[in-house]
Write a protein that binds this ligand. Structure first.
Ligand code: BTN
Length: 236
């Protein structure tokens, strides 16, 4: 099925990870890009080698796109698009983005994003959204939530269509000027000017979160300097 004029959409019953499944495909000639969703995901993957607990009823999607925009910028395009979708489909919820790309509602994670490079130069954008349920908070290191328990019943297809229109729009904006995406991201950013911890590969840095630079690097003010951080996990 073609969604939003340009996305070839394939919905499968079950797969290990939609990111791994989409890797096996090419972008079909009749569409601009491909999107795969799965009703069940048996080996969902998260950032930094973590598991993504994939409960049936939630949304697991992977987009296969061809773009010259680099992955770090796509991170911001995607998280802003998800935040805009959540704002559109709900009202009164406080939606925020935790650097680089976790989307939170009322300070609890509702969406995770995993962007990877495919072998043929295409890019895979994997998004998990807790539509129906969320993992038991004892099983993971951060609090999570889901739309149904917040009183919003939204189907996978409705979420997808809204999200793809935001994504297409933000990709166009990003092609023109990443500064506009950065601005939108900062409007949703959590913990600006707060004391945060950033866990890097081997160490944890602590400092005041001063936002992101023109490339999207995290700016952390420590006693001695402003550090620029490319990858890590933010905690309070
Ligand atoms: C994270 O927050 O750590 C990223 C989670 C990304 C999960 C999605 S679900 C669809 C796609 N398939 C995967 O295996 N992972 C991503």
């Amino acid at each position: 099925m073609i969604l939003n004029n340009s996305w070839q959409w394939l919905n499968v019953e079950e797969t290990t990870s939609t990111n791994d499944l989409v890797k096996k495909y090419n972008i079909p000639p009749e569409a601009k890009a491909l999107i795969i969703t799965a009703k069940q995901q048996t080996v969902g993957r998260g950032r930094r080698g973590r598991q993504w607990i994939s409960q049936t009823g939630n949304l697991f999607l992977s987009q296969l796109i061809s773009t010259d925009i680099d992955i770090s910028k796509l991170t911001f395009v995607t998280s802003v698009s998800i935040a805009e979708t959540l704002s559109d489909l709900t009202n009164g919820l406080t939606i925020g983005i935790k650097w680089p790309n976790d989307v939170l509602v009322n300070n609890k994670k509702i969406c995770g994003i995993l962007i990877e490079q495919a072998d043929n130069g295409n890019v895979i954008i994997g998004v998990g959204v807790n539509l129906k349920s969320h993992p038991d908070n004892r099983d993971i290191i951060y609090p999570t939530t889901d739309l149904a328990s917040l009183g919003f019943s939204i189907s996978c297809k409705d979420f997808l269509q809204n999200y793809l229109s935001k994504f297409d729009n933000n990709m166009n904006i990003c092609q023109q000027d990443f500064a506009l995406i950065r601005q939108k991201w900062l409007e949703h950013a959590l913990y600006i000017n707060s004391l945060i911890k950033v866990s890097l590969k081997d160490i944890v840095e602590e400092g005041i979160f001063k936002g992101i630079d023109e490339q999207g690097l995290l700016l952390l003010e420590t006693n001695s300097s402003i550090k620029k951080i490319a990858a890590g996990d933010v905690f309070l």
